[in-house]
Ligand binder design. Structure first.
Ligand code: IPM
Ligand code: MN
Length: 350
């Protein structure tokens, strides 16, 4: 029995989470374990109704779960930044989910915009640092609103934060057992403080603790170029928070789009949170047209995280089958099925 906190969130979040839970129910029953869900109505609607974003008591409760399953955060009537910082980022920070793990894997039968590349070439994982960088929120205004105003947004990298992140990336490359290679994505030619620290930590940890893992480096601008030109060069990419945010949207596109891209906010020593990375897609809310496979993929990552690895593999295999043999496209409204039907197909193909 595992205790799972469910945060369906905003927009199409609840629709895709419903399909994820359907799949989790089926696969847990087949594998003889139980998931006990506790739903939380956090998100834009609750904020607009009550002014509450994330009560401290809820943060404390969330610490007691085995995992958290999140739909999407973001509401068109709420000013950008409020829910993102007050809910999503606060959860990542307070639960110290210092890794954002984002697999970029093209499944057979899925169309990629990268000409001449297929599932063999597009199969890597981005390990994004998830609690520091510009996201830490250091900075502020001086003389705001005047002709002399100044805005500062600083990027924070701590030795501890960077070390634990690169260590996770090396461990992941070892476990993944593909090319046994980790590429540090940085900008050592301009951000000469932050990436000096990253580079030293990367090589020191790699050399001392993971001598069998190949270490590689690419500037972030070159990284996005290679992701398009030669995605097969990558096995595990490790990078700071903001770069990781940006390159994983490109990653999502080359693996078939937001309909399939899943991620995990991971605290290897604590409670982790799994989500489709695409956002709340408010314009599609209630239409049953969005693709739940990203949310279902996030559910598979959740299963992996709670060590139900057989169940996780069964869900991923079913998703792969659906992609190869059933869906016409992964794009919203173009799948040939509605949201619920895709969830049903995954259950049927488990
Ligand atoms: C993501 C999102 C978030 C981020 C936003 C919603 C704060 O874009 O999970 O990638 O920037 O991390
Ligand atoms: Mn993002």
């Amino acid at each position: 029995m595992y205790k799972i906190a469910v945060l369906p969130g905003d927009g199409t979040g609840p629709e895709v989470v419903r399909e994820g839970l359907k799949v989790l129910d089926a696969v847990s029953e087949a594998n003889g374990f139980k998931l006990e869900y506790t739903h939380y109505d956090l998100g834009g609607e609750r904020y607009l109704r009550t002014g509450e974003i994330l009560p401290d008591s809820v943060v404390e409760e969330l610490r007691t779960f085995d995992a958290i399953y999140l739909g999407a955060i973001g509401h068109p009537d709420v000013k950008p930044g409020i829910l993102e910082k007050g809910l999503l980022l606060r959860l990542r920070f307070e639960l110290d989910q210092y890794i954002n793990l984002r697999p970029v894997k093209l499944y057979p039968g899925v169309e990629t915009p990268i000409k001449g590349k297929g599932p063999k070439e597009i199969d890597f994982v981005v390990v994004r640092e998830n609690t520091e960088g510009q996201y830490a929120g250091a900075g502020g205004f001086l003389r705001k609103g005047t002709a002399d105003e100044i805005a500062v947004q600083e990027s924070i990298s701590t030795r501890k934060g960077v070390e634990r992140c690169v260590r996770y990336a090396f461990q992941y490359a070892q476990k993944r057992n593909k090319d046994k290679k980790v590429t540090l994505c940085g900008k050592t030619n301009v951000l000469t403080y932050v990436f000096d620290l990253w580079e030293r930590a990367f090589h020191e940890v790699g050399q001392k603790e993971f001598p069998e893992i190949t270490r590689d480096y690419a500037h972030v601008d070159a990284t996005v170029m290679w992701m398009v030109k030669n995605p097969e060069w990558f096995d595990v990419i490790v990078t700071e928070n903001m770069f990781g945010d940006i390159i994983t949207d490109l990653g999502a596109m080359i693996q078939g789009g937001m309909g399939i891209a899943a991620g995990g906010n991971i605290n290897p020593e604590g409670v982790s949170m799994f989500e489709p990375i695409g956002g709340s897609a408010p314009k599609y809310t209630g239409l049953s047209v969005v693709n739940p496979l990203a949310a279902i993929g996030a559910a598979a990552m959740l299963l992996e995280n709670i060590q139900e690895t057989d169940a996780a593999a069964q869900v991923e295999n079913s998703v792969m089958k659906i992609c190869q043999f059933h869906l016409k496209s992964l794009a919203a409204g173009k799948m040939g099925y509605n949201t619920q039907e895709v969830g049903d197909l995954v259950v049927k193909n488990l």
